[in-house]
Ligand binder design. Structure first.
Ligand SMILES: Cc1cc2nc3c(=O)[nH]c(=O)nc-3n(C[C@H](O)[C@H](O)[C@H](O)COP(=O)(O)O)c2cc1C
Length: 395
């Protein structure tokens, strides 16, 4: 990515990864991503804020050359994850006068993950500042806004918040600033769902911390930047709140059609009751879409047949991932079909219990659904309709 000016003497010097389709060997990135790094040039000192994924070190080095940087005073590391810190060892080698600046917990991780020599790291505390000459960097420690050591850096004079993973999106784009939020809200929500949702309380804490700062630009470490910070801050306020929507997330899998029939009847009953429903066939669905739906859904129902005495593995995987993401979902339930016996309901109940939602009695039947089974499914839908009346926020 070319060098771009964010504000006077504040540059974007990172890299765009147009081709990435799987991040952390874990989450889908259908629109690629970027590894954003920033150069802040003060009258006396120069600081690089974050680095890039090591595969893109050449892009970063070329950008520094283009600006004419022959020495660096500080390399601020907001987060020890390698896609932001991975080029630090090379930079410390190339710039022997540079000092890495981070917090105590991040230092510990940098020493262990990247074998950065301790004497090259200066630690800062929450609220501490670094004066570059006409540009003041303020460090705000924001634990668990992804990892335990995460922090964010605020440039006071121009009001630029280098928010690291907070407010990020996996989106490769040639746009520097978000111009049409409808293009970005999907990737930003997907990012929130997959990275931030397990830490919603910490996200709220970080947002409270920055609330009284005069933030004019938000520059996250992935995706485009915001010169209207309210766009992403309002979205985050909603996603991280405890408000839920009149929506059922229904991931399902079926081998021979019994569970599929149940899903169909149950879906219709929910729609008739005025509840929005999003069924996802787990054999062909993107887990990111499922996670995004979980951000708002008041209820999650997993639909699965029994395979080898437990849930179909695709359903177990979905239940496991959803429980790890800890959505604000209020109710969970299970529907599905078995042939002779097993522990599917117990297994899925245990897995989903980590969400901390109320379990509504499952409808787990033998074989193809009979009329009494369909009645039980309609009753389950009615129960959900009533439960939602008490918890949803009407627009
Ligand atoms: C590979 C395989 C393994 C199965 N293992 C079990 C089992 O351990 N216990 C059981 O009760 N049924 C088992 N069944 C039967 C299914 O759970 C049963 O046919 C169910 O109705 C299938 O639902 P579906 O039509 O939604 O796929 C198994 C079926 C298959 C194909």
């Amino acid at each position: 990515m070319a060098v771009r000016t964010i504000a006077p003497d504040i540059y974007s010097v990172g890299a765009v990864d147009w081709e990435l389709r799987l991040f952390d060997a874990l989450i889908g990135t259908p629109q690629g991503t970027s590894y954003n790094a920033f150069l802040v040039i003060g009258q006396e000192k120069t600081a690089l804020i974050d680095t890039v994924e090591p595969r893109f070190e050449e892009d970063l080095l070329k950008n520094l050359m283009r600006i004419g940087i022959s020495s660096l005073d500080y390399i601020v590391i907001n987060h020890a994850e390698q896609d932001h810190s991975g080029t630090l060892p090379l930079l410390l080698e190339m710039f022997p006068g540079a000092t890495a600046v981070t917090n105590e917990k991040c230092k510990d991780l940098l020493v262990h993950l990247l074998q950065v020599p301790e004497h090259r790291i200066k630690t800062v505390k929450d609220g501490e500042t670094l004066d570059l000459g006409g540009k003041t960097l303020e460090f705000m420690i924001t634990p668990w806004v992804h990892w335990p050591e995460t922090m964010i850096t605020f440039e006071r004079e121009q009001g630029v918040l280098f928010s690291c993973d907070l407010f990020g999106s996996h989106l490769a784009t040639s746009e520097l600033f978000v111009r049409d939020f409808t293009d970005v809200i999907g990737p930003a929500k997907r990012y929130y769902a997959e990275i931030m949702m397990p830490f919603a309380a910490s996200v709220r804490g970080a947002m409270e911390k920055i609330a009284d700062r005069d933030v004019r630009v938000i520059a996250p470490s992935h995706g485009p930047f915001y010169d209207d910070p309210s766009l992403i801050m309002d979205a985050y306020a909603e996603w991280s709140s405890d408000r839920v929507k009149n929506l059922v997330l229904l991931p399902y899998v079926s081998m021979h059609g019994s569970t599929r029939k149940m899903v169909s009847v149950f879906t219709d009953a929910l729609i008739e009751g005025g509840v929005e429903v999003r069924p996802f066939d787990l054999t062909s669905s993107d887990l990111g879409e499922i996670a995004m739906t979980a951000v708002d859904a008041a209820t999650i129902v997993i639909a699965a047949p029994t395979v080898l005495f437990g849930p179909h593995p695709a359903a177990f995987h979905a239940a496991y991932v959803l429980s790890a993401l800890r959505p604000k979902t209020r109710y969970v339930s299970i529907i599905g079909s078995y042939g002779w016996g097993g522990k599917t309901v117990q297994n899925l109940t245990d897995t989903l219990s980590h969400i901390g939602a109320e379990l509504i009695d499952p409808v787990y039947i033998r074989g193809y659904p009979k009329s009494e089974d369909l009645t039980a499914l309609r009753n389950l839908a009615d129960t959900i309709v009533k439960k939602h009346e008490g918890v949803i926020t009407r627009p």
